[in-house]
Design a protein around this ligand. Structure first.
Ligand code: ADP
Ligand code: ASP
Ligand code: MG
Length: 422
């Protein structure tokens, strides 16, 4: 008998009919003799709806007290879907019980809206499993040491599921979603994208960190740290397909470089639409500049992504970096009011409509010229590269947001990732 964790995303839980379908699928696995823990997301649109309501009533400036209430609020979406799934399982004749994060408990730190899981107490869940119950645990949330409800950041149910699988030493964590696996790029943007049968953990980590929202990055980090066998697969196949066939479908995240693995140098293309660029022009080129510009930005809790500083001319340099679009105005205001007057820079300019496109592949370690192919393809499409950032297994470029689709499709074709025409 195996212990299996299933995770179902918002679209998969999107209506009573879909929840019934999830319940039937889970019941099939339980009847095959497995102990089942199921982690659902809120019904699709629910988290956005709740956060939208909060936004209409929000205080300015937003305080920690406000962020605490956001978590209190957003966590209810998963509480509702979990109870509904337990009810649907009962209607299938299963014994089922649902728990919120705080009931388990899933312990986290206190960073509201982006908390990190610290530990999971599995006693209660194990007792229920041993008593023959299916256990449903809310995704996306936990409780901090002081007893406040926390949430794990958007897409955080993936992380809940993998963390629970790790804590309980589950045999496998299956992430059911609205696509049938991990693709070479988002199949909604590139119809020619191909499903990968396997993807290495390192590549998946890069893809997730560079914007492929099919898995939240922290779920991949957990899977890597605790070696949780993990697969991404479709919740839209008929629930009664053969279990063995279902168990082999989708995309497996692998931890070893397997000789038989798909050998492409570039395995995937990731992108992030929601970025903005800020440039501080004419800063005196002296030691400590990066710290004096980015220190206040970090203190304001604004995450910075790609950073470049150009060579100085006449003792002055330009310094550019990217932030999330949501933080753009705040970062710009901060630099204009606090940093520029102190630094004596000439001016701060910005562009809130840029995006980052990245090619990812462990094959890039052993092949030269991959980045230059990327630059050639973009130049052939007349796309101007504004910033470049590289690591061992990825190259990212920052470009105008309006060229995103064009860039991703051209690169997808150029690196031989398009599926064969049918
Ligand atoms: P869920 O609600 O199940 O968590 P998400 O919307 O968070 O689902 O993630 C699934 C979506 O991720 C897909 O619908 C797809 O548009 C998008 N996506 C982005 N990159 C990829 C990729 N490389 N492979 C598959 N899906 C991707
Ligand atoms: N419901 C949360 C969100 O929309 C968590 C998740 O779906 O994983 O971000
Ligand atoms: Mg998701």
């Amino acid at each position: 008998m195996a212990l299996i964790v299933h995770k179902y995303g918002g679209t998969s839980m999107g209506s009573p009919e879909r929840i019934r379908n999830v319940a039937k699928r889970v019941a099939k696995w339980a009847r095959a003799g497995h102990q089942m823990v199921v982690v659902p997301s809120a019904m699709s649109g629910e988290t956005n709806r709740l956060l939208g309501l909060a936004g209409e009533l929000a205080p300015t400036p937003a305080s920690a007290a406000y962020h605490r209430e956001l978590d209190m609020l957003a966590a209810t979406g998963e509480q509702a879907s979990s109870a509904l799934l337990a009810i649907a399982l009962q209607a299938e004749g299963m014994e089922a019980i649902s728990y919120t994060g705080w009931q388990v408990p899933v312990r986290t730190d206190s960073s509201y809206t982006k908390a990190r899981i610290e530990s999971i107490d599995d006693q209660r869940v194990r007792a229920d499993l041993d008593a023959g119950k299916v256990v449903v645990i809310t995704g996306f949330q936990g409780i901090d040491d002081a007893g406040h409800i926390t949430t794990l950041g958007r897409g955080g149910s993936d992380t809940s599921a993998v963390a629970i699988a790790a804590a309980m030493k589950a045999n496998e964590c299956l992430i059911y979603t609205d696509v049938d696996g991990v693709y070479t790029t988002d199949p909604r943007v590139v119809p020619a994208a191909r499903r990968l049968h396997t993807v290495s953990f390192e590549e998946m980590l890069e893809m997730a960190s560079l914007g492929s929202k099919v898995l939240q990055i922290r779920s991949v980090e957990f899977a890597g740290k605790y070696k949780v066998p993990m697969r991404v697969l479709s919740s839209f196949t008929p629930w009664d397909i053969d279990l063995a066939e279902e168990a082999q479908s989708g995309t497996l995240i692998t931890f070893e470089e397997d000789e038989k693995m798909e050998k492409a140098v570039v395995s995937g293309i990731a992108f992030n639409r929601g970025e903005a660029k800020i440039s501080v022009l004419g800063v005196p080129d002296t030691p400590g500049i990066a710290h004096r510009i980015l220190g206040p930005v970090a203190d304001a809790n604004i995450e910075v992504d790609v950073i470049i500083q150009n060579i100085s001319k006449d003792g002055k340099a330009d310094f550019s970096f990217t932030v999330n679009q949501g933080d753009y105005q705040r970062a710009l205001d901060l630099l204009r009011t606090k940093v520029v007057p102190e630094l004596g820079a000439q001016e701060v300019v910005g562009d809130p409509h840029i995006c980052k496109v990245s090619i990812v592949g462990i094959g890039m370690r052993s092949h030269v010229g991959i980045a230059s192919t990327m630059f050639r393809v973009l130049s052939q499409e007349n796309i101007n590269i504004q910033m470049i950032s590289t690591s061992e297994i990825k190259t990212s470029v920052v470009i105008d947001e309006k060229y995103l689709e064009l860039a991703v499709r051209a690169l997808h074709t150029a690196f031989g990732l398009d599926k064969a025409a049918e």
